[in-house]
Design a protein around this ligand. Sequence first.
Ligand code: ADP
Length: 477
Amino acid sequence: MDKPAAKRVPLFRSLQLKYALAYIVVIALVLLLLNTYPIIASQDQVFKSKQTSLQNQANVLSSSLAVADTITPEGVAQAMEMLGHTSMARVLVTDSAGLILYDSAGPENIYRYALFSELNGALSGWDVSRSGYRDGSFSTRAAAPITYRNLTIGAVYLWEADAEQGALLMNLRTTLINISMVVCILVILCSIFFSKALTRRIEDLLQAIAIVRGGQYNHRVELVGRDELSLLADEFNNLTDRLQVTEDVRRRFVSDASHELKTPLASIRLLTDSILQSPEIDPETTREFVSDIGAEADRLTRISEKLLTLTRLDSAVEPARCPVAVSAVVDKVASMLAPLAKAGEVTLKLELDSECVVFATGDDLSQIAFNLMENAVKYNRPGGEVLVTTSHTRDRAILQVTDTGVGIPEADQEKIFDRFYRVDKARSRAAGGTGLGLSIVLDTVKQHRGTVTVESTLGTGTRFTVSFPLCKEEVVE
Ligand code: ADP
């Protein structure tokens, strides 16, 4: 059988894409942070330590040059010689006007003006240092004034380039980028896998809904794990269970109802055929047949009335409730049943409690009492007795109907509330029963939040007990 198709969502609007994108965006942000923060932080750290050390060296050099009120190229050359070999990329010494007196890069710049901004700062009396990262190496520059008796007589400029630390930082950056690439690929694969797994389960559920919608009520979803989707699937299965039960009940009810309606119709047909096909039939037999047709028509009326009552109860329309005195209802029903009781030689006894009040409708209580009391009379024996009592406890109103009739076998006791169920079909039919009375009682009792129970001993008698929440309001006449 073809499976009904579930509706599909295009990929660009799908939960799968949204879920995967959310995943990827979060990870991309984390990776961005991972690729920038450690590099910036370690670069800062390196710059700081480099600047401090270079500035110290510039200060040492400037102090060693501050020995007279003027500085000369010869004096500087002498001092530099004394300091010996330096690892600096460049060392510059200028006079107070910025004229270069010493340049470690060579003599060609001697007596030219130095234009480094750090030197300008130093000639104004400040220590100045700067760092940068260029072409894979750290470049640090520091300048310090040469001060003699509070007069700035020149400035020292040092420049250092560190390719080693630069390479380390480069390595760190490359490693981080490589790790990020791998993580990125893994995350994309994971997000596709997880989002697919999640949406596949949702698709399964949608598919199952479509199948059940198509009328296949026995279809169930397989439960995977214990997350919210499993709960949803479990709830769906429970719902489908209920649907299946309701559908089974409905089917059985329709088939039972049509069967029940067919039987009297077939009898009527048979009786009318008998009359029509026997021209010499005597008037007495005709009368008998017509009376039987009338009885069958009455049965049809009873069945259809009861079916209508059940349909009303199934429709779950809330009845207009008010406080109802159960005893008054029972009293009225007893008078209605008096002729039937008399005909069956059954004594009807009532023990009534005027405070037994229920929040319900008079018609519904009358229906309950009538069906139970009629059964107690119908399934009794000549000379038997029916005792109807109403009573109340602190919070319950109780109606009991006890008879001395044929009783109900234990195996049948829980089935008698089913629609069209009869213990003794022949007896029920003879007594004009439809098999619907007790199911109407059960549905009506439930509608008013009550309960109904049965106790019975075969051959001795039966007791039905109906209990409702007690209504403490006054009965409105
Ligand atoms: P019916 O219209 O056949 O009476 P009910 O639904 O009222 O249908 O009852 C279902 C069956 O339960 C009856 O057919 C009868 O066999 C049994 N039953 C109900 N009440 C009694 C009773 N008081 N004593 C014995 N059997 C009963």
